[in-house]
Design a protein around this ligand. Structure first.
Ligand code: AMP
Ligand code: ZN
Length: 486
């Protein structure tokens, strides 16, 4: 455990930067809302995956790898999934079709976030594996008058909770006024939300005391976080669009069910990402998936490496908005190339026998302090640039150790980079050698040293290099061209 760094985090609940004090430093616990798996993840979804991966890495660095539990769920029951299943697999029975959609999307998500350098969370629960726990929580809420049954739904009564709205700073009265037109007759308050709703025969559903149905989205996270992390844990994260209603309602359910005054101590929210000044949307044609960037040339006419995309997201502090553009990717690529080349030029050798020693390298304390200060990436990046302009092996060590902590480089990725550089140098050397041999042969021919000339030709042939003699049409001199035979 590295005790010299104090982590500070901006807490949406207290609306200020708070010192992070875990409930149990032997088991630091974080929950982040994961994807709803109906479609490929877009680059906005990449942001929480990357930002909370950096926080996970920092917590592991400070408290030790074995002392941090990170849960990121998969929402695999949702009406958007049902709609997609009907559209994509009309010939299949709905439940079969749903399984196809969720499996395909989840597999792709795993591939995407791995390419972005994210380490696997400790647990990745599926909502559909936790239905029992959800039924139990609903019963608890009904028994304690926090919920009621109306219109084929079980609903949470937001007025049953005295401080409902504390996270998003909304008053119940404001919501009533704003949503007057939308008030459904069966709801007691406009803001009451679904815990359980009935399914028709063709919709996915589970048996329950309130009829065959399916859970509301907010309930899933309350149940899965309790299952893995307990009633009260340290950090809960997600994009800022989740503050209301999703996180507010998670708090309402968990606190009411457990009779606690809190669910998590620190609530963290990443800012939103737009593309070239506009909200991403399919109709505007600026909707970009992670896969589009990594595997196709749809954006900027080229494929982008996962580490470049990662840096392009991390270049902006996590709470601020990002305006995503090709220029941002070009800039990230230029910076990363410079850092990696500098590490090699200053003398770090990614030879297999150095692996253990190199993998043990860590960042300097200035960088750790910047990162621990609410993931202050501008400070972090300034520090990386400082080391990249240094002249000593020490700077290479620090630069690599820092990039490793941030998930921007690993021994393997640097070894690949080093090998690629070596082989491109070899090619240049090969060409130089061939041209030198040709000149030698021309000199031998000029001296009528046929034996030497033939020897050179044969040696090159053995390396699959074929020589072709022609005459310069103007001077009549012998000119030798060469090609590599198949
Ligand atoms: P979803 O699958 O839509 O529930 O989103 C998964 C995660 O991505 C949530 O934490 C969202 O807050 C986050 N998210 C969605 N869109 C964006 C965006 N454009 N920028 C940043 N985060 C986003
Ligand atoms: Zn959630």
């Amino acid at each position: 455990m590295t005790t010299d760094v104090k982590i500070k985090l901006y807490n949406t609940l207290s609306r200020k930067k708070d010192e992070f004090i875990p409930i149990d430093s032997n088991n630091v616990r974080m929950y982040v809302c994961g994807p709803t798996v109906y479609d490929y993840a877009h680059i906005g979804n990449a942001r929480p995956a990357i930002v909370f991966d950096v926080l996970f890495r920092l917590l592991r660095h400070v408290y030790g790898n074995e002392h941090v539990t990170y849960v990121r769920n998969i929402t695999d029951v949702d009406d958007k999934i049902n709609a997609r299943a009907v559209r994509d697999y009309p010939e299949l029975e709905l439940n079969e079709a749903i399984k196809k959609v969720t499996k395909k999307t989840t597999d792709q998500y795993h591939k995407d976030v791995k390419a972005l350098g994210c380490i696997d969370p400790t647990f990745e629960p599926l909502a559909t594996d936790h239905i029992k726990g959800m039924l139990k929580m609903i019963k608890n809420l009904l028994d304690n008058n926090h919920a009621y049954i109306a219109g084929g739904e079980v609903l949470f009564d937001i007025k049953s909770m005295s401080n409902y709205g504390a996270l998003s700073n909304r008053k119940i009265e404001d919501q009533q006024a704003g949503a007057r037109i939308e008030i459904k007759s069966h709801k007691r308050n406009a803001g009451d939300f679904i815990l359980w709703k009935l399914s028709n025969e063709s919709e996915p559903g589970w048996q329950s005391p309130w009829g065959r149905g399916r859970p509301g989205w907010h309930l899933e996270c309350s149940v899965m976080s309790e299952f893995h992390l307990g009633e009260i844990f340290d950090i809960h994260g997600g994009g800022l669009d989740l503050i209301f209603p999703h996180h507010e309602n998670e708090i309402a359910q968990s606190c009411s069910a457990h009779n606690n005054d809190k669910m998590a101590n620190y609530w963290l929210h990443n800012g939103f990402l737009q593309v070239e000044g506009q909200k991403m949307s399919k109709s505007l044609g600026n909707f970009i998936t992670i896969n589009d960037l990594l595997e196709t040339d749809k954006f900027g006419g080229t494929k982008w490496a996962g580490d470049v995309l990662r840096l392009a997201i991390l270049m902006t502090n996590y709470k601020e908005p990002i305006d995503f553009s090709e220029a941002r990717l070009v800039e990230a690529s230029r910076i990363l190339t410079n850092w990696k080349n500098t590490i090699l030029e200053l003398g770090l050798d990614f030879d297999e026998e150095n692996r253990a020693e190199i993998e043990a390298l860590g960042p300097c304390s200035k960088l750790r302090f910047a990162l621990a200060d609410d993931l202050n990436m501008s400070g972090v990046i300034a520090n990386l640039h400082r080391h990249a302009s240094g002249k000593k092996l020490h700077n290479a060590n620090r630069l690599f150790g820092s990039l490793q902590l941030l998930g921007l480089a690993s021994f393997d990725s640097m070894q690949e980079w080093q090998n690629a550089k070596k082989s491109s140098k070899l090619e240049v050397n090969d060409i130089e050698q061939v041209e030198k041999a040709i000149i030698e042969r021309l000199e031998a021919l000029a001296q009528k040293n046929w034996v030497k000339a033939d020897k050179i030709r044969n040696e090159l042939e053995q390396k699959n290099i074929l020589l072709k003699d022609t005459k310069d049409p103007k001077t009549g001199e012998r000119v030798t061209n060469w090609e590599v035979s198949e």
